[in-house]
Design a protein around this ligand. Structure first.
Ligand SMILES: Cc1ncc(COP(=O)(O)O)c(C=O)c1O
Length: 365
């Protein structure tokens, strides 16, 4: 990796970048350039100061066109092509409802105690064991930092991309193999309609860390008690660690196991938010079902996983965007097992979801 791209390059110090006095102070005076331009990558000869610090070479393994930036790019291109279009986003999720006050109020200790007692209490875990963090995405990376570069991870395929990308950045993987659309040294556990979105563990090789997300993003399926018992046994047999991501546990509506996020008052508030999005989900499920598609998920999670057999996910994404101005998420972005699917998120305003339903019915009728 080139070390010529300096962390103190002139392009980052120019006045027109809005970063002036503090950064300039750190440079030797004689080297402070007078006129600077903002450019993404300055030519090497204009670099006034180059550190000797290598960048993390694993970053280069990340495949170009990472899912969500690519969707944002296509969305922006679509808007400039159709400036008057009413674009509706059913892609990354537009969490439009306010966070219930019980969560935003300064009651972290009570929250920790409530989490410990309501869900983990019987398991002998107390509030000191609970960490209320700045988000699961950050935690995924932090957890992998704990294990270092020499461990191997397993993921559901398809799965929420942060597990794979964090592992790549940590240096736990090989390169991305274009032909099979997988990184080396990751165990991909295929989850499809054929296996009820639960991996066939008899074909899964040992991994140190098993990321398991239930209810699942993107497929929307929740593992049953029996399935999770098998997963735990599998991990125990192999001496593996399961990192269980239950970000959507509040959406579980049947007796699938969940991690309950519950404090007095929070439960009811969360229920209102959940039922709002559940209604959105039902509208989307009904829409695609009425159009004759096979639709998965949507019952225990706010994601609807729609099958377009024989078609490329990106083609379906592009067709829907072009013809209806709706942004969805191509399933293949979550792993090769997502090819042929799109994920439709129920996080959005009700009127947008209804309008999206109307447009989809017009397109696929
Ligand atoms: C399964 C799953 N885990 C984790 C996250 C990230 O959560 P946070 O916003 O807390 O970083 C998301 C967000 O989309 C998710 O879908």
């Amino acid at each position: 990796m080139s070390s010529a791209i300096s962390s103190c390059s002139p392009s980052l110090l120019g006045q027109d970048c809005g970063l002036t006095s503090r950064s300039q102070k750190s440079l030797p005076r004689s080297r402070t350039p007078k006129f600077l331009k903002c450019v993404a990558s300055p030519p090497a000869e204009t670099t006034v100061y180059t550190t000797k610090v290598q960048r993390n070479a694993n970053m280069e393994k990340l495949r170009a066109g990472y899912l969500f930036p690519e969707i944002a790019r296509r969305r922006a291109a679509h808007i400039s092509k159709y400036p008057d279009a009413q674009v509706i986003t059913l892609g990354i999720g537009d969490t439009t409802e306010p966070i219930p006050e019980v969560i935003t109020s300064p009651m972290a200790m009570e929250l920790r105690a409530a989490i410990a007692s309501t869900y983990y209490g019987p398991l002998g875990i107390d509030e000191a064991d609970i960490f209320v963090s700045d988000g699961a995405k950050c935690d995924i990376s932090r957890l992998l930092l704990l294990f270092g570069a020499s461990v191997k991870i397993a993921v559901q395929d398809p799965s929420y991309p942060a597990y794979v990308d964090s592992s790549v950045i940590m240096g736990q993987t090989g390169l991305f193999q274009m032909d099979i659309e997988k990184y080396g040294n990751i165990e991909y556990m295929r989850c499809s309609p054929e296996n009820g979105f639960f991996p066939n563990l008899s074909t899964v090789s040992r991994a140190d860390i098993i990321f398991f997300c239930s209810p699942n993003n993107p497929t929307g399926s929740a593992a049953s008690r029996d399935q999770l018992t098998k997963l735990v046994q599998f991990a125990r047999d192999n001496g593996s660690i399961i990192i269980y991501d239950s970000a959507y546990a509040m959406y579980i509506s049947d007796d699938s196991p969940k991690t309950i996020f519950e404090i007095p008052g929070a439960k009811e508030a969360m229920k209102d938010v959940v039922s709002f999005y559940q209604e959105n989900t039902n509208i989307l499920v009904d829409t695609f079902t009425s159009l004759g598609f096979n639709v998965y998920g949507g019952k225990n999670a706010p994601y609807v996983w729609v099958h377009f057999p024989g078609r490329s996910s990106w083609d379906v994404f592009a067709e829907i965007l072009e013809k209806t101005h709706l942004v969805t998420t191509p399933g293949s972005g979550f792993g090769p097992g997502g090819e042929g699917f799109i994920r439709v998120s129920a996080f959005g305003h009700r009127e947008n979801v209804l309008e999206a339903s109307r447009r989809l019915k017009q397109l696929f009728k």
